[in-house]
Design a protein around this ligand. Structure first.
Ligand SMILES: Cc1ncc(COP(=O)(O)O)c(C=O)c1O
Length: 400
């Protein structure tokens, strides 16, 4: 059992990264769980509100068009969030901004910029660097299948060099704009030593996809990542009913990302912003509960003679991957309580066959060489009782 790469120490989940200091407004340092509930909401009592207001406006009235012109000029020049009403919903939204504030606090970064999906967030990072003439990306496999494909096809005008972690430094060129990694990686749960990777990047920004670990288990910015990406569709939302993406980073990069978002339109809907902010408040509790169940299922699978190999990261988490001796499609067809479906991070347990679905789009040879075998199954463990989940898996494993 265990993944094949070096793991890092599990970071403390008890201390908030930035409740006090340059980015937070709270007067005292608060614990992570407290930040998860309160960040982005500090002004509500003074407004006489308890729940977060949901602003669905697409436009905002203004009787002073000279002032609007000045605000638009300022945004075009700097990418800083405009003061006051957003002018137009593609430029900014106050409900989404609350989610961005909260996520930045949890990841320990200065800023965060939200997008319509995780892929829109990654696209914006690539476009932002490409616009600066830095079109080359160095990346480590495996990545989520569509991230792999976006880089591999060069659809956005980028060029990728795939390397092992040890090859990062040598692959960097004068036009390298980003180094991209996922840890734990989708779907093999392979882990990287982020500090060592960041060191290899030198001055090139490291983009770490933190979708699987979430800031509850790991805050990549503390280990040297410049850009922390999430498919917010997963654990941040947490209930399988909202699609979104977000990049946590410093304010300088956030300004470029906001300009890209304004120009290309991949905005997060305000209702999604509302749901994601609500999701953050239960993120620590959900992650800990699901991780405990996942660890127990990984333990039982590892001891089961019907299972050839189990992948469970040292950092923990709610994802488990395993390779049955028999037909993996029979396991998918045999579950009843667990839902056979792509995606992850919801309150209910999902299972899928990466070679058929999440990583189908990756060329077979690249899939295999990055450890995504034809027997591999990826399971996202939810909040059900472990005994019920095991009964379902046990039956499904017995059915081939
Ligand atoms: C690790 C990871 N990153 C990024 C994405 C893309 O996110 P989205 O589906 O929200 O566009 C996914 C989607 O599954 C993912 O698993």
């Amino acid at each position: 059992m265990g993944s094949t790469r070096n793991a890092e120490t599990v970071p403390s989940t008890e201390t908030a990264p930035s409740a006090q200091g340059p980015y937070g407004d709270a007067t005292a340092r608060q614990a992570f769980a407290t930040e998860a509930v309160h960040a982005g909401r500090e002004d509500l009592p003074a407004m006489g509100l308890h729940a977060v207001p949901l602003d669905l406006s697409t436009t905002y009235p203004s009787y002073d068009s000279r002032q609007e012109a000045a605000r638009i000029d300022a945004f075009a020049a700097t990418g800083a969030r405009p003061d006051g009403p957003p002018v137009y919903a593609r430029l900014d939204n106050p409900t989404v901004a609350r989610f961005e504030t909260a996520l930045a606090r949890l990841e320990g970064t200065e800023s965060a910029v939200a997008f319509a999906s995780g892929m829109a967030a990654l696209s914006a990072c690539l476009l932002a660097r490409g616009a600066q003439g830095l079109r080359h990306v160095v990346a480590v496999r495996p990545l989520y299948g569509c991230s792999d494909q976006l880089l591999d096809t060069g659809l956005l005008g980028t060029e990728v060099t795939w390397v092992d972690p040890a090859g990062i430094a040598d692959a960097i060129r004068p036009d390298t704009g980003l180094v991209m990694v996922e840890t734990p990686a989708n779907p093999t749960l392979a882990e990287l030593d982020l500090r060592a990777v960041a060191h290899s990047c030198g001055t090139v920004p490291l983009l770490a996809d933190n979708t699987f670990a979430t800031p509850v288990l790991q805050r990549p910015a503390e280990r040297g990542a410049s850009l922390v990406l999430h498919s917010a569709t997963k654990y941040l939302g947490g209930h399988g009913d909202v699609m979104g993406g977000v990049v946590a980073c410093d304010e300088e990069f956030a300004r470029v990302l906001r300009q890209v978002r304004f120009a290309t339109g991949g905005v997060l809907h305000p209702l999604a912003g509302y749901l994601l902010l609500r999701g953050l408040s239960t993120l620590p509790v959900r992650m800990r509960a699901a991780s405990a169940t996942a660890a127990e299922l990984a333990r039982r699978l590892a001891g089961d003679p019907r299972v050839a190999r189990v992948h469970y990261p040292r950092i923990g988490g709610a994802m488990v991957a395993f390779e049955p001796h028999g037909d993996p499609h029979a396991v998918i067809g045999g579950v009843r309580l667990i839902t056979p479906a792509v995606s992850l991070g919801s309150v209910d347990t999902l299972i899928q066959h990466p070679a058929s679905i999440s990583h189908r789009i990756v060329a077979e040879g690249d899939r295999r060489s990055s450890g995504i075998g034809d027997r591999l199954l990826r399971m996202s463990v939810g909040l059900e009782d472990v005994a019920d989940l095991w009964r379902d898996l046990d039956r499904a494993l017995g059915s081939f």
